[in-house]
Design a protein around this ligand. Structure first.
Ligand SMILES: [Zn+2]
Length: 392
């Protein structure tokens, strides 16, 4: 038995472990199927359906003349088709599977309402992004990918600031933490890190799930730590302290800043690749590639290229994320000095979230943004060493 298998045995009973593995496999299968549906859909659209759809739309007088309007209609039809095709899978993975494993606390109508809300929000947002992107290509020509990278960067910053104050409250009740003795302990922990204790919030996760979670979100003045009510209810103050310290770790090591900077590099690479491949795609029929008249029916190909690119770089992004998580874990251990609470917190998280403590290596490498629980527990057994802290 490897040491990590031994860790798994310590985290869960055999029955719990088998259930977590079953859940992990089905959840992974759903996310793979979801990716396959996306790729197939964009591929079929790009090769066979985009041209006829655009030709049909041009029969409407206003749509024939106003390209921006036709683009918007084209995108909305694409979105509606995509939602229709992917709905069964969304329903299965988001509702059926979560209930089957007793993780969801939502009725079907509540799940459906959230699904509608999420897609309305995402659809509107994507519509603006797509129209903006085309507009940049039409007006800035071959330099569009640089302009798009900068625009995307600005959108990331604005979205980073708005997420905790505008978007999250659309889906969850977010309230300031109202447990004075716990707040007191957490504020002592945050002292000297530049993270204000004003920014500790309770997130009403239990309306949706039994799973526990915590996160650091927001940028600048909207920076805050969110603790799920599921976490606050089921974990001891010592355990909450360790998890909070982990989030402080993300703040201290400026992980969000790194993520945004790497996002900037990735989007530059993605848009540049898109430029080269789109030009080749359009020139395949012998037509010259004219930026100012990039055809609307090139949209599915553009989305296909961006989707393939983001899938291809996901393992790299996940590797960076896992590294950050380990760094935050070590910080939490060192800052609190509470090894026992650290261990019991992760055991509880694994059991509550039915999280396989030791999933296959390849799966972790390709798809996981967090290290497996067995690995995170092993961090507690490392000989403690001074962690170099960045200035400030
Ligand atoms: Zn983390």
């Amino acid at each position: 038995m490897s040491s990590e298998n031994a860790e798994s045995a310590a985290v869960m009973s055999d029955a719990e472990l088998a259930e977590a593995k079953r859940y992990g496999r089905l959840d992974l299968a759903c996310s793979l199927a979801d990716k396959a549906v996306d790729l197939t859909f964009f591929g079929v659209m790009a090769w066979w359906l985009a041209r006829p759809l655009d030709t049909w739309l041009q029969r409407f007088p206003r749509l024939a003349d106003i390209w921006t309007l036709r683009l918007a209609v084209f995108f909305l039809i694409l979105l509606a088709l995509h939602l229709a095709i992917s709905f069964p899978l969304s329903f299965y993975s988001g509702h059926v599977l979560e209930h089957r494993f007793r993780l969801s606390t939502q009725s079907f109508s509540r799940w459906l309402w959230r699904y509608v809300k999420r897609n309305l929000l995402a659809g509107t947002f994507l519509l603006l992004l797509i129209v903006g992107l085309y507009w940049l290509i039409w007006t800035t020509g071959s330099a569009w990918w640089i302009a798009a990278t900068l625009a995307f960067f600005l959108v990331t910053i604005v979205l980073g600031q708005l997420t905790p104050v505008l978007i999250l409250p659309l889906f969850y009740r977010v309230e300031r933490l109202d447990r004075p003795e716990l707040t007191e302990r957490l504020s002592r922990l945050a002292e000297g890190t530049g993270l204000s204790i004003e920014g500790v919030y309770r997130l009403d996760l239990s309306a949706e799930t039994v799973k526990a979670n915590a996160m650091l979100t927001g940028l600048g003045r909207t920076r805050r730590v969110l603790l799920g009510d599921t976490l606050l209810a089921g974990f001891t103050p010592d355990e909450v302290e360790v998890i909070f310290a982990h989030e402080i770790g993300h703040h201290v090591f400026r992980h969000l800043r790194w993520m945004i900077a790497s996002g900037l590099a990735f989007s530059a690479a993605g848009f540049w690749l898109c430029d080269r491949l789109l030009a080749a795609w359009i020139a395949r029929g012998g037509a010259a590639f004219d930026y100012a008249r990039l055809p609307i029916d090139a949209l599915p190909m553009l989305l296909l290229i961006l989707t393939v690119f983001s899938l291809a770089i996901q393992p790299l992004q996940n590797a960076v994320s896992r590294r950050f998580e380990r760094q935050a874990d070590r910080y939490a251990l060192q800052r609190t000095g509470r090894k026992d609470a650290y261990r019991s917190a992760f055991c509880k998280l694994a059991r509550l979230n039915k999280d396989d403590p030791d999933p296959p290596r390849l799966e972790v490498f390709l798809f996981h943004s967090h290290p497996p629980i067995a690995e995170r527990l092993a961090v507690a057994e490392e000989p403690s060493k001074e962690i170099a802290r960045p200035n400030g």
